[in-house]
Design a protein around this ligand. Structure first.
Ligand SMILES: [Zn+2]
Length: 328
């Protein structure tokens, strides 16, 4: 518990520092609380808004991390990206000049970070928690309701962390007019390659923006130089119950289905950082459940910084129009 708490406080300190150091451009909001731990602790969930007010309203983009408490590499990638953007105005001038605004929820599951586990303090895997039923999910790993003492537990009803993320996404992105709205959720996992997934996780049916996502994937991979990333719908890798982005994505289109002139698109993506290559170099890590999902040392710094350009390029999608992505 102690080591996890120390880590949580280190992350919180950095989140507060980002806001304090950049008072003009950054606002911090406390968006909600985690579930209580068994000894009565609950932890605040923060959001940061970065950019000029008009840009945050008109052209927002989003990044979240720390949905799974063990995948702290995602939190580090997110914080590194924010520091880098704020310290180097030339790296992402659009952010400083008011062309777009960035909304971040750096640690969705602070209780999981403190307790050093994947789930929230109630034992619920938040990425199995949305209530969406998969068409055919992987047994066990795809989510179950057998016991909160087993991993991948779906829970009953939305957990406070899931509701907080839902409200953040709804308030930040669902009413944006005439814009593409990319939102990325950073995870890490057991594999040798990095993935960028779009909906759905729960079915192999293509989502309504499948072609747009495919065109973006091709662009990033071939033209923008992100050739090591693998793009595809999440269900191509595996199918799970209860993915939160499946719920948000469907809700977004349900909300706007009657508005014929609705031009915006909500584009949720999951960046899954593969950490398998580190395992091969230090096979002992396989016995340390915390470290399976997190590369170590020098490599960690390299891993964290590797995604800066991709995230920036992805967020620049907000400055394009849908027709820019149509194949000739
Ligand atoms: Zn994850």
């Amino acid at each position: 518990m102690l080591r996890g708490l120390r880590r949580l406080h280190r992350f919180e300190k950095r989140i507060l520092e980002i806001a304090k150091k950049n008072e003009k451009l950054v606002k911090i909001h406390q968006y909600g609380f985690s579930r209580k731990t068994s000894n009565g602790f609950r932890f605040p969930i923060y959001a940061l808004s970065i950019g000029k007010p008009a840009a945050l309203k008109k052209n927002p983009v989003g990044i979240v991390a720390g949905v799974h408490g063990l995948e702290t590499i995602g939190v580090r990638i997110l914080l590194d990206f924010l520091y880098h953007c704020l310290d180097n105005p030339d790296f992402f001038p659009e952010l400083h000049k008011g062309k777009l605004g960035l909304l971040a929820m750096p640690m969705v599951n602070p209780g999981g970070v403190a307790l050093r586990r994947r789930s929230n303090p109630a034992g619920v895997d938040l990425m199995r928690n949305s209530g969406v039923e998969a068409v055919r999910s992987m047994p066990f790993f795809g989510g179950h309701r057998a016991s909160k003492h087993l991993p991948y537990f779906r829970g009953q009803g939305l957990e406070p962390e899931s509701r907080t993320l839902y409200r953040f996404v709804f308030e930040s992105f669902f009413h944006v007019k005439n814009s593409l709205v990319p939102v990325v959720d950073v995870h890490s996992g057991f594999g040798s390659v990095d993935h960028v997934w779009w909906p759905y996780a729960g079915t192999k049916d293509p989502c309504r923006d499948h072609q747009l996502f495919e065109a973006m994937g091709r662009f990033f991979k071939i033209q923008a130089g992100h050739s090591l990333l693998n793009f595809g719908p999440q269900s191509e890798s595996y199918t799970t119950h209860g993915d939160l982005w499946d719920l948000f994505y469907d809700h977004y289109y349900k909300l706007h289905e009657r508005e014929k002139a609705w031009k915006s698109k909500f584009l949720p993506l999951t960046l899954e950082v593969g950490t398998w290559s580190d395992l091969k170099e230090s096979p002992g890590k396989i016995f340390d459940r915390k470290n399976i999902f997190n590369p170590d040392g020098e490599r960690k710094r390299e891993t964290i910084q590797r995604y800066r350009k991709f995230l920036r390029d992805l967020f620049r999608v907000a400055l394009t129009k849908e027709k820019d992505w149509q194949v000739q």
